[in-house]
Design a binder for this molecule. Structure first.
Ligand SMILES: *[C@@H]1O[C@H](CO)[C@@H](O)[C@H](O)[C@H]1NC(C)=O
Ligand SMILES: *[C@@H]1O[C@H](CO)[C@@H](O)[C@H](O)[C@H]1NC(C)=O
Ligand SMILES: *[C@@H]1O[C@H](CO)[C@@H](O)[C@H](O)[C@H]1NC(C)=O
Ligand SMILES: *[C@@H]1O[C@H](CO)[C@@H](O)[C@H](O)[C@H]1NC(C)=O
Ligand SMILES: *[C@@H]1O[C@H](CO)[C@@H](O)[C@H](O)[C@H]1NC(C)=O
Ligand SMILES: *[C@@H]1O[C@H](CO)[C@@H](O)[C@H](O)[C@H]1NC(C)=O
Ligand SMILES: *[C@@H]1O[C@H](CO)[C@@H](O)[C@H](O)[C@H]1NC(C)=O
Ligand SMILES: *[C@@H]1O[C@H](CO)[C@@H](O)[C@H](O)[C@H]1NC(C)=O
Length: 899
């Protein structure tokens, strides 16, 4: 989201400037060398070069070229690019291959280990992977080590202690993991330690507190837990401390108040509690302070304003409460950034805010103002560039024109959740906004004032009451990249008055994300969409579009990544040869006919395919199993038919083929290869995104869970489900189902399954919902199910089950109806849940078995179950993970760093 200073991104941005400053500052100019390089070192360098390939430039590098490419052109390796030799001895002492497009894996035997005299090694911004630590453990002269922005993994070995001369260690933006060992404290000369953006876990070792010369300590974006070690109180040279985006807890670490040289302190995005200590004012050099996204409580810490150096304060997303009281603000205040949004503050905005004349960023979101706000109190804040006044609960209307005429430098404006009005009059002097959030503002007409907002990049005008046509001038705003029109009552898109299409006069629109879901659009999908040549996301779901999917959309085939046309009245077949770069395709709830196009097999990036509730007539698309990324497959409620026995989907995590005409039996080993549901690690995921999709669009689906249709507004990447219900499957439930250790939802109801419920179902430790009702299952309910502690819903009704119903809490909380209409179930669990039911019919259904035959049948079932040896239970217990998130659209920091 270019140019959008989302509230929480400000501090990292500042840190970024500081980092690049330090980085550049540390760069020592290469001295010209006299000595020729040593032959064995030249050979080593050539070997090293040959260990790697030259690939694409890392996305983190603004510039750079493959420095190793020219190596060997000249005999003196001391003259090769990126190499510095010692002027006297001729030893290679510096190797700097930053941003050199190198690609490949480090092995422990890498020849780099022979460059024994290296003092500086900079490999930042390449595509290296592997466990580099063992190859460099003997480079004991190293003082400077930059490995950032690669794909290195593995642990930091205790041998890191050998590198005792290091003054700079930067491992940031890799996939290093494991605990940080105590021996890191041996690196006593370190001034910069950057471990940020890795997967380090465990506690922060207290030995870091012994590295007394540290000035810059970055631990953000890892999985550190526990408290900040009290030894940090000794780091009295510290200038930058960033521990944000971890799972740290406890009270605000008072030991930090000893660090009077601190300039930037970020503890944001952790689980800190308690109040902020008033003596934080002892940090008299503090410039940036972020405590956002924690659970800090107490009243507004107005004492922060007395720290004269402070320019950035972010306290948003906490549980601070009471009225806002800014106290004595030194005049004129230096404060550039103040974000106190998303707390529980109530009451008026203090008039003294007008003293913060240098503010560039102001976030007051979710302030319960308990009355009207006089916008004029902001009059003096002439420098505002970013203003977040969303959800202020102001009873009166905010006039958009007023805001624009007061704040001439504004580029980001969020008025979501207020009453907003706008007149059509726009002024030449209006600021040019690049991100505008007007969601849920009760707007009834498209704001004409936007017509002259030529810099507009991001527009969210969702959740309003805008009627009529989407104006065609919108597509002529040259920088517009994201538009969210969802949840209004738009009827159509205004057509162009010009003869040659919408964009003939202007340059083509660079629109990338267009969301128009949940409106009243009718008619055919407009063909101007096909002219949006950069379109990446198109969501027109939940409208009344009819006709077929336009063929011209083939124009978009190389850019379109998300297409959601669900919940319309589209007819015809699915287009055959388009959309090959799709990640997500949803055409559910239409009237599409025909077969699934076999060309889907070329959609190598497809992750989500949802064709539910159409009239598709086809056999089971087992050929989709060759799609390497397919994770969600929904074929529900169509006319699919025939057997499914050939399917095997290694990545699949959600499959719903319910309410079709599939039939036949499933072989015992059916689920053996479905590894996406058997272990979490299988889906190796580089991004930290918890949900499927991205900031611009999160996938959503509706699935049956616990007997009700549940909308997953976002799909957690660890969510797994199998729904085969409402078909004509017969034979036994495959025993290999017990291998799907990560399965959360299993619905096999309404088929013709026979035989016993395999005791291997007892291995499904994560199961929340189990429905096997309306089959012909016989035998006992396996006692092992009584141990499944997350199993909140189960349904065994309408089968021929008999025997003892397992004990355990979960069984005792089911309704009686979950067991009704079986042969002869009994047991104390059942008596408990059916206690209040006295109808003669139900009474009859839960008799104890009387005949010998029935007992024998139960025994034979158990014997059969033993024949199948389930895999060993292992893996993480994530626990209860069903998450129901709203709203779908929200703003989140997005500010990729670059080298
Ligand atoms: C390595 O070289 C780049 C320029 O290519 C420079 O920006 C960087 O500071 C150098 N790194 C070190 C550690 O000197
Ligand atoms: C280094 O080890 C890797 C695998 O461990 C091997 O493939 C490679 O040939 C070795 N290279 C050298 C130079 O010994
Ligand atoms: C810390 O820095 C000071 C001043 O640069 C230096 O004299 C001292 O040796 C350093 N201490 C360590 C342990 O590196
Ligand atoms: C604060 O720093 C001083 C030295 O500057 C040190 O003696 C003291 O132990 C530190 N206090 C804490 C709580 O770490
Ligand atoms: C700050 O105040 C807290 C109590 O509020 C106290 O425990 C701590 O020692 C004080 N720290 C300094 C440096 O004054
Ligand atoms: C649609 O917008 C209205 C306000 O106009 C809001 O109350 C409602 O919650 C929104 N619906 C969705 C699904 O976001
Ligand atoms: C708008 O686009 C122009 C070029 O098309 C570019 O120079 C300008 O920086 C863009 N403005 C914004 C805010 O992105
Ligand atoms: C499955 O259904 C088809 C009709 O759709 C039928 O021809 C076939 O015999 C059935 N197969 C089995 C095993 O019942």
């Amino acid at each position: 989201m270019k140019g959008s200073w989302s509230s929480t991104s400000i501090i990292p941005v500042t840190l970024y400037f500081l980092f690049s400053f330090i980085h550049n500052f540390a760069d020592v100019l290469a001295a010209p060398t006299r000595h020729l390089c040593r032959p064995e070192q030249r050979d080593t360098l050539v070997k090293f070069k040959n260990e790697f390939k030259i690939g694409k430039r890392s996305p983190y590098c603004r510039s750079g070229h493959p420095k190793t490419e020219s190596w060997g052109n000249n005999r003196d390796c001391c003259n090769w690019e990126g190499i510095t030799c010692d002027a006297k001895s001729g030893e290679v002492i510096k190797l700097n291959l930053t941003c050199s497009s190198l690609h490949g894996r480090f092995h422990s035997n890498s020849s780099i280990r022979n460059l024994r005299f290296l003092t500086t090694l900079d490999l930042a911004g390449n595509d290296f992977s592997g466990q580099i630590m063992s190859s460099i453990e003997n480079l004991s002269h190293l003082t400077t080590l930059y490995l950032s922005y690669n794909h290195f993994f593995g642990q930091i070995l205790s041998s890191i202690g050998n590198l005792s001369h290091l003054t700079t260690l930067d491992l940031s933006y890799n996939h290093f993991s494991g605990q940080i060992l105590y021996s890191i404290g041996n690196l006593s000369h370190l001034t910069t330690l950057d471990l940020s953006d890795n997967q380090f876990s465990g506690q922060i070792p207290s030995s870091i507190g012994n590295i007394s010369n540290l000035t810059d300590l970055d631990l953000f974006d890892n999985n550190f837990v526990g408290e900040i070690p009290s030894s940090f109180g000794n780091l009295n040279q510290l200038v930058v401390l960033d521990v944000s985006y971890n799972k740290l807890s406890g009270n605000f670490p008072n030991v930090l108040l000893n660090l009077t040289g601190l300039s930037l302190l970020s503890v944001s995005n952790n689980q800190f509690t308690g109040s902020l200590p008033p003596n934080i004012t002892s940090l008299s050099n503090l410039m940036g302070f972020s405590a956002s996204y924690n659970a800090f409580a107490g009243t507004f810490p107005s004492f922060l304003f007395t720290i004269p150096s402070l320019t950035e304060i972010d306290l948003s997303h906490n549980q601070l409460e009471g009225t806002l009281e800014f106290g004595n603000i030194s005049s004129p205040s230096k404060l550039l950034l103040l974000n106190i949004g998303r707390n529980n503050f109530i009451g008026p905005i203090p008039r003294s805010i007008s003293k913060l004349v240098n503010l560039r960023v102001l976030g007051l979101s979710h302030l319960n103002t308990q009355g009207p706000v006089d916008i004029s109190i902001f009059f003096h804040l002439k420098s505002l560039e970013y203003l977040d006044l969303s959800h202020l609960s102001i009873p009166t209307r905010i006039n958009l024109n007023d805001i624009l005429s007061y704040f001439k430098r504004l580029t980001v404006l969020d008025l979501s959740g207020n009453h907003v009005s706008a007149t059509n009059k726009s002024l030449v002097s209006d600021p040019l906004i690049d991100s505008l959030f007007l969601s849920g503002c009760g707007i009834t007409d498209f704001p004409e004032i936007l017509r002259t907002q030529y810099e507009l990049y991001f527009l969210d005008i969702s959740n309003n009451k805008i009627k009529g046509q989407v104006p065609n001038w919108l597509w002529r705003l040259p920088n517009l990249t994201y538009v969210n029109l969802s949840n209004n009552t738009f009827m159509g898109f205004e057509s162009s008055s010009k003869k040659h299409g919408l964009f003939s006069v202007q340059k083509p629109s660079i629109m990338k994300h267009l969301v128009g879901s949940n409106n009243s659009f009718t008619g055919k999908i407009p063909s101007f969409i096909c002219e949006l040549r950069f379109l990446n996301t198109l969501d027109l779901s939940d409208n009344n579009f009819n006709g077929s999917i336009p063929r011209c959309m083939g124009n978009l085939k190389s850019t379109l990544s998300v297409l959601n046309l669900g919940q319309n009245n589209l007819s015809g077949g699915l287009p055959k040869h388009i959309f090959e770069s799709l990640r997500s395709l949803d055409v559910g709830h239409n009237q599409l006919v025909g077969k699934l196009p076999r060309s889907l097999i070329r959609f190598s990036t497809l992750e989500v395919l949802n064709v539910e509730s159409n009239r598709i007539t086809d056999t089971f698309p087992f050929w989709l199993s060759s799609l390497p990324e397919l994770q969600v497959l929904v074929l529900r409620s169509n006319a699919f038919h025939g057997p499914i026995h050939r399917a095997s989907f290694p990545m699949l995590r959600i499959i719903d083929i319910s309410n079709n005409h599939f039939n036949g039996t499933l072989p015992t080993e059916y689920f053996v290869k479905w590894s996406g549901m058997s272990s979490l690690g299988k889906n190796e995921d580089q991004s930290n995104e918890k949900y499927m999709g991205s900031y611009y669009y999160y996938d959503s689906i509706v699935l049956m869970n616990r007997g009700v249709a549940l909308e997953l507004v976002r799909i957690l990447k660890i969510y797994t489900a199998i729904d085969f219900s409402g078909n004509k499957f017969e034979g036994e439930i495959p025993k290999s189902i017990g291998l799907l250790k990560e399965l959360h939802v299993l619905n096999l109801s309404n088929n013709a399954f026979t035989g016993c419920i395999s005791s291997s179902v007892g291995n499904l430790r994560e199961l929340e919902s189990l429905d096997v009702s309306q089959n012909k299952l016989s035998g006992e309910i396996p006692q092992e199910l009584g141990n499944l502690s997350y199993l909140a819903y189960m349904n065994f009704s309408h089968n021929q089950l008999s025997g003892l119903v397992p004990g355990g809490n979960q069984f005792q909380t089911q309704p009686c109806s979950s067991f009704e209409d079986n042969l002869a179930l009994f047991g104390s669990s059942l008596e408990e849940v059916c206690r209040d039911i006295h109808t003669p019919a139900s009474h009859q259904q839960y008799e104890t078995p009387e005949t010998e035959e029935e007992e024998e049948e139960v025994i034979s079932c158990i014997a059969a179950a033993i024949g199948f040896i389930p895999g060993i239970v292992f893996g993480l217990t994530i626990g209860y993970i069903l998450v129901f998130y709203k709203p779908k659209w929200f703003h989140e920091p997005f500010w990729p760093k670059q080298l």
